[in-house]
Design a protein around this ligand. Sequence first.
Ligand SMILES: [Zn+2]
Length: 516
Amino acid sequence: MKKILLFCSLFSAFHLFAQPSLTNVEVTLGTGNTMTITYDLAYPSNDLAKVTFRATERGGLIFGFDTSNATGDVGEGIASGMGRQIEWDYSAYAPIPDFRLMLVAELAPSVDIQALVEQVDSTRMSGDLTFLEGIRHRTAGAEHLQETKDFIELQFAEGGLEIAKQQFDFNGYQAENIIGRKIGTEEEGEVYIIDGHYDSVAGSPGADDNASGTAGMLEAMRILAPFGFKKTIRFIGFDLEEAGLVGSIEYVQNGIAQQENIAGVLNFEMIGYFTEVPNSQEVPLGFNLLFPAAQAKLEANQFRGDFVNVIGNGAASSLTDAYETAIENYVPQLNFISLEAPASWQTLTPDLGRSDHAPFWVAGVPALMLSDGANFRNPNYHGAGDTKDLVDFTFMHDVVQAAVATIAEVAGIQNAATWWTDTEFTTAVDEVAGCSFSISPNPAKDFLRLQWAGCQVGNFNIELLDINGRVIKNYLNRNGQNGQAQMVDVRGLEKGIYFIKVSDGEGQWARKVLVD
Ligand SMILES: [Zn+2]
């Protein structure tokens, strides 16, 4: 038995919600193509858990491998206890158990959403704003911009998210969207996004714009991350919004994985300015003609700036409904005005597209901007006076609460503990006659070279296999003497993951190679 090296994540959830916990997960390889996953399962109730075991290739986004042949403590009715075991024969995915594995332990009682939203903490967001306030601009505030990126990344790491940084050049500045992923447990290709841009303009400490949205995104992440979700949630800090939505355009055009469908976006764009002073809320020209119902609501409320704008595209109507329902059910004190942007918003109502939700709209993705209305309410917009002391944390708290409840509903929150990891060999599964092998280059474009040394005996066969274990090429009876090599032609192969496998009838050795 060889133990597999584990890294990545291990979560146990808040006990407040009587969630199960999965701890001490270990994966060991058995003889043949078998592995055993052992785990401790605990939960503070008498219900039995449903344990789901899933797999994909290492680093894979979608857990598409068939694990229905797994046996042992998997499926419905698993009692809490230590040393639970799942056995999996992965022959269908041999030659190499180089997997990403996921375990989900779920209890039937659903999560109390009211209790969930009550965890949203103004004090924590105020603390975030104390740190974030200050010029976050690539030239005028480069140092604080970098501190801000590091801060977001650290928060994501503490939430146990998988972190990716989408980096790209912008006039010599290395821009960076910071992306945290909470993997869905069932439909991980369906993705909800909560985002906020973290940059500011050059002349403003940007407390409302958009330290408030960044802090709101981070707070939503802290509340949601300990739970399981059927669908994936991505938390994103966008760079360079102030330079013309550069970060979000880059994400929509080049950052969305092919296997993912963005089911909905909540974009926090300035969620900190609130006032009950009459006539504090202005509207763009022509607003009364396009949105008579909203205009009437504003008039009845004497144009007070005491509500959140919920601004969606046509595709987002059900997401808007979900957000409104969340307000009604869990945050009834929060006033809101919802607007559906007309199809030709770019010419008719360009003000509605002035943030990172707009590139999603252009792509036809359901997206909402949640906003205090920017310069139509906040007199310090883009100015030196946009400071933390003018941010209303009760308002922010309410906006974030409704967002948390919305995502919990649409992404399918589960009373579950999730565990996932990538596995990697500490040593090869088996060996071939004492040989040590090396592959170069990897990734390979035209040819790759398999070299061996130290072999004690005889001949072996070399195979190139695809991700499903199909033999693409083979080279029979290669000589095991030292100093030998086999060139493998990979021209014309589809880009992707392959395996090189060597076997001599007694032992085998395999490694993953990338054809690029
Ligand atoms: Zn902004």
